[in-house]
Design a protein around this ligand. Structure first.
Ligand SMILES: [Zn+2]
Length: 165
């Protein structure tokens, strides 16, 4: 039986959606750090989007579930290891991922060195619907801990902003 290459394992991981943002997969999220297949197992190293993010257990389970069968075909086990350093930042989202977030109606995160954030102000967030930057934060926590709830003052639509850094 031909062994899968690391690239092929990466491709399989692209079919694992992020549990909080189902339009993105775990590779697009930049959560998957390394994929190391060896003689006895395939090791997947993932980095949590932030400390204590409750979605991480779900992501680990989803990866195990998706890879278990292909791994068994090769007589391998699947190990998912959490790596905390270097810490995940929203810069690890792929360019395509930022666009997908906006299309999904979630304002994508800005770059981490946002000047307003450094000054302790709420970051400028663009409305994913009408693209106005005249928005205000309604609540620090949206539908999940990773999102803040915003309202657009231009079109008065509420929306989520993905805020993990
Ligand atoms: Zn708007």
């Amino acid at each position: 039986m031909v062994k899968r290459t690391a690239d092929q394992w990466w491709r399989l991981l692209q079919s694992v959606p992020d549990p909080e943002i189902p339009v993105l997969n775990v590779v697009e999220m930049g959560i998957v750090r390394e994929v190391i297949p060896d003689q006895s197992r395939v090791l997947i190293k993932i980095t949590p989007t932030y400390m204590g993010c409750p979605a991480m257990d779900a992501i680990s389970d989803d990866i195990q579930e998706k890879l278990r069968e292909p791994a068994q075909q090769e007589g391998l086990s699947v190990d998912v290891e959490l790596v905390y350093a270097p810490a995940w930042t929203t810069d690890w989202l792929t360019e395509g991922a930022q666009q997908k977030l906006e299309d999904y109606g979630i304002a994508p995160p800005g770059k981490t060195a946002d000047k307003r954030t450094l000054q302790g102000e709420a970051p400028m967030v663009r409305c994913p619907r009408c693209k106005a930057s005249n928005t205000e934060m309604v609540s620090l926590f949206g539908s999940t801990a990773c999102k803040a709830h915003y309202r657009c003052n231009a079109c008065s639509e509420p929306f989520d902003h993905f805020k993990c850094i």
